[in-house]
Structure formats: structure tokens, C-alpha cells
Design a protein around this ligand. Structure first.
Ligand code: AMP
Length: 216
């Protein structure tokens, strides 16, 4: 039976990676890193790294590989428990190669890559209905104007407009799909194909079952 300790989560924007990432982290007891969240924190704290990344993030463009590679290496090096999940990294084949190189040097490797293969039309529908509370930050699929948690005003997320999505999808197809294929060629992929809207918990159950089969 394979030991699953090093996970990568690959998928287009709004494919449910965040939710399934939390499920995987809880189930397999993993430290998880979302490079998008970490970059946003760097921007908010006005660090040098944040200042470098901001110009790209504002335009919904990928931050250069060297910046993200350094950030992920730093995170992996500081970890005590050697069980992790990377969400949103690697996003390019160059990042995947840099990660391989780094892990090989440390005598370790990626154990499994979960590929959230979600149809574009489905994601477009999700984005159109996704609102975030301007007061408490609650994110939900709704057409309501008022937050169900705190009564605040629900707004569309700044990076959720279709134009930004189209650009991010293009980047995903051009740069990140090859990452999924790179790992697929090495037999490391567990693919979750989602073609119609399903409850996240149901997707998690399917994913758990597939991972069980994969690890045999
Ligand atoms: P996310 O929350 O994963 O969609 O990431 C938000 C933004 O952070 C992206 O639009 C990119 O600008 C940047 N970003 C996150 N992860 C990476 C990565 N692995 N490579 C390059 N840029 C990234």
C-alpha cells in the first residue's frame, strides 16, 4: 500500500480546490499551502515579496516562477511534520520541475496529484452566482443581496468577473494543464471529473474512494 503524504492539487479557478483541499488536509492530516492565499498575505503585509507579486496579481497574471518557487521552498523547509498539500502550485511545468529538483535533493517526492477536472461552463455558472459579504467575507453561491450570516451587503468578488476569468482560464489551459499531464505521464494522477453541479461532500466521498483505489 502506498504511503500518501505529499499531495498536489491541480485545477482551474473556482473548481472547488479550496474545499477539497481542506477535506484532504483533514483526512490525511496534512499541512496545506495555498500559494494564492500566501501571496495575498504578503501583499497585505506590504513585504518586498508582496510588492513584487502585486502587479501580476492585480492583472490576474501568474507571478514569475522564481518568486513562487522560493516561497514554496521556504515553506517546505520550515515544516516539522513531513506531510503536506500544495494547492495552486505548481502552476507551470517549470515550477513542477523546480519542485521535483528540490524534493529529489531532499530524498523525497510527490506521492499523488489530485486533478480537479471541472467543465468550463460549470465554472462560469458558479462565478456568475458567487458573492462575497463585504462585511464578514462569507463566500456563497447566491443571488441574494444580503449576507445570511451578518446581514452585510453581498458583492461579486473583484477577481470574479468574466474578463479576469477568461484570462485565468487561458493561462490554466496553456500553463497548468501541461502540469497535470506531466504528472499523469508518471502515473501520479487521481482525476476527479465533474461535469454537473454536485454537493462538495459528495465529491469528497468520491475522491476518498479514488484515493483508496490509487493507494492499493
Ligand atoms: P489563487 O488564489 O490560487 O487563484 O491565486 C491568486 C493569484 O496568485 C493568481 O492569480 C496568481 O497571480 C498568483 N499565484 C498563485 N499561485 C501561483 C503560482 N503557483 N504561480 C504563479 N502565480 C501564482
Amino acid at each position: 500500500m502506498k504511503d500518501l503524504k505529499h499531495f498536489i492539487l491541480v485545477g482551474p479557478p473556482a473548481s472547488g480546490k479550496g474545499t477539497q483541499g481542506r477535506f484532504l488536509a483533514d483526512t490525511f492530516n496534512l499541512n496545506s499551502l495555498s500559494t494564492g492565499s500566501l501571496l495575498r498575505r504578503e501583499v497585505e503585509s506590504c513585504t518586498e515579496l508582496g510588492r513584487k507579486a502585486l502587479g501580476y496579481m492585480d492583472k490576474a497574471m501568474l507571478v514569475p516562477d522564481e518568486i513562487v518557487n522560493d516561497m514554496v521552498r521556504g515553506w517546505l523547509s520550515e515544516m516539522d511534520n513531513d506531510a503536506w498539500l500544495l494547492d495552486g502550485y505548481p502552476r507551470t511545468v517549470a515550477q513542477a520541475e523546480a519542485l521535483d529538483h528540490f524534493l529529489t535533493q531532499r530524498g523525497t517526492s510527490v506521492d499523488v496529484v489530485v486533478w480537479m477536472d471541472v467543465a468550463r461552463e460549470l465554472i462560469e455558472q458558479r462565478i456568475m452566482h458567487r458573492r462575497e459579504c463585504s462585511t464578514c467575507g462569507h463566500v456563497v453561491q447566491t443571488s441574494e443581496e444580503e449576507c445570511s450570516k451578518c446581514g452585510g451587503k453581498m458583492v461579486s468578488r473583484k477577481d470574479d468577473n468574466m474578463e479576469a476569468f477568461a484570462r485565468r482560464w487561458k493561462d490554466f489551459e496553456a500553463m497548468t494543464l501541461p502540469v497535470a499531464r506531466y504528472y499523469e505521464a508518471r502515473g501520479l494522477v487521481v482525476k476527479m471529473t465533474v461535469t454537473e453541479e454536485r454537493e462538495p461532500a459528495e465529491v469528497s466521498r468520491d475522491l476518498a474512494r479514488k484515493l483508496e483505489e490509487y493507494r492499493q
